[in-house]
Design a protein around this ligand. Structure first.
Ligand code: HEM
Length: 215
């Protein structure tokens, strides 16, 4: 894609370098930090890990393929649930281009708005029992108090994440293989999910050390 772009006359070396850096950043830290949080949540929720294993074991024994990956919807739901509780792009900034309103609030043109996805992920109007790590809500609205949940972690609208399908595919493959091959626990316990650092994306301050054992 970058090679094709480089051929376009509008590209200067500066803006090509900028786009390469944006692409590398957008596609790397986001996915790897989200995977860390998923591993932490699985360590804290053994019943979810057990259910994931029941789904994954027969699929991996037969060999992972594009077709068999479609059977791993529960793993994808684990990743979505992780992104709800631990949105690594936790704050998004937008500017209203024209007068508009959000709910009952009038927003004049040129107003800067900061969206807090961490708080949005805990909205009990959208997610039943929002504090619970409950992947099932993404598979059946009945499991979410009858409401279809919305995934906000990739943003919405015109700037919806370009790499969302790739991130979900990568996460499903990596999590499935880790769950299939290993048991693990959190060396620092729950605090790894609570003590956070942030550059642009949010990450576990301690790097989330895990102790792995082959199954
Ligand atoms: C779990 C992983 C990921 C998360 C949480 C994530 C999150 C986001 C969010 C919230 C935005 C909107 C930013 C804004 O409007 O200010 C965004 C945009 C974007 N993402 Fe991702 N992303 C992920 C993975 C990826 C991957 C794997 C790629 C590329 C391979 C990628 C490429 C992009 C690009 C190019 C944009 C800009 C889209 C635009 O402005 O039109 N992202 N991402």
């Amino acid at each position: 894609m970058m090679v094709q772009m480089a051929k376009a006359p509008k590209y200067t070396p500066e803006n090509l370098i900028n786009d390469v850096r944006a692409g590398l950043f957008a596609g790397h830290d986001t996915t790897s930090h989200s995977l860390s949080f998923a591993m932490g949540e699985l360590a804290l929720n053994p019943q979810v890990l057990q259910k994931a294993r029941e789904k994954i074991d027969p699929v991996i024994k037969q060999g992972l393929s594009i077709e068999s990956l479609k059977k791993l919807v529960y793993v994808e739901a684990i990743f979505r649930e992780t992104m709800r509780l631990h949105p690594v792009a936790s704050q998004l900034s937008i500017v209203a281009k024209r007068d508009t309103s959000i709910g009952a609030n009038f927003v004049p043109a040129d107003t800067a708005i900061r969206l807090n996805l961490t708080l949005a992920g805990l909205d009990s109007d959208m997610y039943a029992q929002p504090e619970a790590f409950y992947p099932e809500r993404w598979l059946d609205a009945k499991e979410n108090g009858g409401k279809e949940p919305t995934l906000l972690g990739f943003s919405l609208g015109a700037h919806y994440c370009l790499g969302a399908p790739l991130a979900i595919l990568e996460a499903t493959v990596i999590l499935s293989l880790l769950i299939y091959h290993f048991d693990w626990d959190l060396i620092n316990g729950r605090s790894s999910l609570e003590q956070l650092g942030q550059n642009i994306t949010v990450f576990p301050q301690d790097g989330m050390p895990l102790r792995f054992q082959l199954r």
